[in-house]
Ligand binder design. Structure first.
Ligand code: JCF
Length: 683
């Protein structure tokens, strides 16, 4: 919308737009824009009407509290209006609130901690009223416009957290609270919607609203909704408490769900401390909240303070910064992650969201971009919740310019120019550059050096970062050509540890073929597959020449694994790295077959006592026994304190339980094979 010099025209345009958005939100349960965008336009209209009272119109959206009730449900006229709360965003507004409260109660200005407040999270759901007559839930209603709501009694009866009957000795009780959908149930619902090819909900609140307002209450019942009580309407009968917090305790005693996060604090500093504490917990809470609510705790004081127009003077909603905002998507770039995954990232016109200025947001993958129909040049909705990476959640199609550009995943890695591959049925595209790709280098080096691969002690994350950032190491082969001086020169590298690392690198020159293959970091080749490949091909050269058909002869290697192995060795960069490793003196040793494990002088096994229990996936009991004995170990029939290892397979029974009781070392087949296949003692 363009800004217009004529306030009448601008106000009219804002009303049309706000009505359109409100209809989509309240009646269709399908918002067009984030709440913050609606609020922004709403405030603009409010300010315009304040500055130019001649523009004010009785049909302005500013003149009502909520939306018109939809016609699908019967209506309920609230006995006492369902009010809204005054909002605050900044600390200063909270200070002003506390000051007004104290002034309104004629409290000495110096008594800053005079007021005790009941505080709780502000649930991001929809407000409802529950009326119990003679202890039985008789009427359940939405807030509607505050005066008249929808009769959703039958729907609310399906909500498990709402008591249908209460043990209160009163003719009539009206409890108010919030219906919401917990995050976990929301995620599950959307996954189901997606699987059925149906529309997903934008957020838990809209899902809750859509679920509660189902004409078929079986639909409501199928969606898991939750309820929190936060108030009691004072009627003829005296209230059983003198404080708000006491009322909440009473409601809890009647089995109404009340939040665990509620508290009582003193003074404005208490309010602000609570705000920050809940803000820090926000992402971890099982339900969405959009701020915190402060209420003067003492009911008598609440009554003295009274109301301003539509909101109580004794309460305040202190809102968190909006987690969603609109901005322009300037470009889509592709980032290469540490595992080679290519992630499309949106470059955005800077926007303040979730309390920070955001300029990049993830688009996850190619399919997500298609599904959301995001194009370069679009106005998009960006979400940043907690410390989670900001993401593009959707497009405002109504604002799409004519010249948007669609995104295509590049065919070659933007970092290393290797081919980009995307497996059938997979969402993620990956760079096939492996060890060669700079973006993957650090992770690949760490994996290469890890204990179960080349086992280079001391080559951890910090050192790898330094080596790569200094341009000293591009591929694992470079490790074996590192001058000691270069290591010494690195920051915080003491003389002794530089020597230790150099020694560890040198000592890793004779890995088993299996460890070497595992260290290469071929996708889908874990320790077990690496060992099976080593046993099958016996030499690196033979494996490198193997085609997909031959590879599938290997135990447990199917088409997917065969493709990734063949693909890895087909990439010229990977062959170069391997050649460089060999040239640098790295000589993989063929894995000794199980039957000649004894020849490997298995120090991890000689003299040790083993107990076998359960079914091992790839070895019979006799094979395992023979291999252990060939390596100088003993196999016992029962577990005792003298047992060194319990080898547990599937459906291991009481021996495993005993082993746990005795705190013995329990290993699986892979670990047994590792012991058999290495000449080093187990650690
Ligand atoms: O979300 C809440 N915790 C909450 C919302 C608590 C309240 O006491 C409220 C509310 C919304 C309106 N009171 C009103 C009047």
């Amino acid at each position: 919308m363009t800004s217009d010099a004529d306030p009448f025209e601008r106000a009219a345009a804002l009303r049309v737009e706000l009505d359109r958005q409100a209809y989509a939100y309240h009646v269709l349960d399908s918002p067009l824009v984030p709440d913050a965008e609606y609020d922004r336009l709403f405030r603009e209209l409010q300010e315009l009407e304040r500055a130019h009272p001649e523009c004010l119109a009785p049909d302005s959206p500013t003149q009502r509290v909520g939306a018109a009730p939809s016609t699908a449900f019967g209506s309920v006229v609230h006995r006492a209006p369902m009010l809204s709360l005054s909002n605050a965003f900044a600390d200063d507004e909270v200070r002003a609130f506390d000051r007004r409260v104290r002034e309104g109660l004629d409290i000495d200005a110096a008594a800053v901690d005079a007021i005790e407040y009941a505080v709780e999270p502000k649930f991001d759901g929809l407000a409802v009223s529950l009326t119990y007559v003679d202890g039985v839930l008789a009427i359940g209603a939405t807030r509607g416009d505050g005066e008249t709501g929808e009769d959703v009694t039958a729907n609310l009866r399906t909500v498990q957290a709402v008591p249908l009957r209460i043990d209160a000795q009163r003719a009539r009780l009206e409890v108010r609270g919030e219906v919401l959908m917990r995050k976990r149930d929301f995620a599950r619902l959307n996954a189901e919607q997606r699987a059925r090819g149906e529309r997903e909900f934008v957020n838990p609140r809209n899902a809750a609203a859509g679920s509660l307002r189902q004409l078929d209450t079986r639909m409501t019942a199928a969606r898991k909704l939750w309820f929190f009580a936060y108030g009691v309407v004072a009627e003829d009968e005296a209230l059983p408490a003198t404080r708000h917090s006491g009322l909440m305790d009473w409601l809890a005693g009647l089995r109404f769900p009340v939040t665990q996060e509620r508290a009582r604090v003193r003074g404005v500093e208490g309010l602000l401390d609570y705000y920050r504490a809940i803000g820090a917990q926000r992402a971890a809470l099982p339900y969405d909240i959009d701020g915190v609510v402060y209420k003067v705790d003492e009911l008598a004081l609440q009554q003295r303070l009274g109301f301003v127009s539509r909101a109580p003077r004794f309460a305040l909603a202190h809102k968190f910064p909006a987690e969603e905002a609109l901005t322009e998507l300037i470009d889509i770039e592709v980032q290469v992650g540490r595992t080679g995954a290519l992630t499309p990232v949106a470059r955005l016109k800077p926007v303040f969201v979730g309390g920070v200025t955001v300029t990049n947001a993830t688009l996850h993958n190619e399919d997500e971009i298609r599904r959301k129909d995001v194009r370069i040049g679009d106005t998009v909705s960006v979400r940043r919740a907690g410390d989670v990476i900001p993401e593009v959640v959707g497009v405002v199609l109504a604002r799409r310019p004519v010249d948007t550009v669609e995104f295509t995943m590049p065919a070659r890695c933007p970092v290393c120019d290797s081919a980009v591959l995307r497996g059938e049925g997979e969402a993620i595209s990956r760079c096939s550059g492996g060890l060669f790709c700079a973006a993957q280098r650090k992770q690949a080096l760490l994996h290469f050096a890890s204990r179960r691969a080349m086992d280079i002690e001391g080559l951890g994350e910090k050192l790898v970062d330094q080596l790569v950032d200094a341009g000293l190491v591009h591929t694992p082969a470079d490790l074996y050509r590192l001058p000691l001086d270069a290591l010494r020169a690195l920051e915080r590298m003491a003389e002794k540890s530089a020597g230790n690392v150099a020694a560890a690198i040198a000592a890793s020159r004779h890995p088993t073929l299996a460890r070497f293959l595992f260290a290469l970091g071929i996708r889908n080749v874990g320790e077990t597959t690496a060992r099976d490949l080593a046993r099958h091909y016996r030499s690196l050269g033979a494996l490198m020449e193997a085609d997909r058909e031959s590879l599938q002869q290997v135990l447990d290697v199917g088409p997917v694994v065969a493709t990734s192995i063949a693909g890895f060795f087909a990439e010229a960069h990977n062959r170069e790295v391997i050649e460089a490793l060999l040239a640098a003196g790295v000589v993989p040793q063929p894995l000794p077959a199980l039957e000649d494990a004894g020849a490997a002088s298995a120090a991890g096994i000689a003299g040790k006592t083993f107990v076998l229990t359960g079914t091992l996936p790839g070895l019979t009991r006799d094979e395992a026994r023979a291999s252990i004995e060939a390596a100088g170990g003993k196999v016992a029939g029962s577990v005792s304190k003298k047992t060194d290892y319990v080898v547990a397979g599937d459906e291991a029974g009481s021996k495993l339980d005993e082993a746990r009781m005795l705190g013995l070392t329990i290993i699986d087949e892979a670990a047994l094979r590792a012991l058999l296949g290495t000449s080093r003692p187990a650690r």
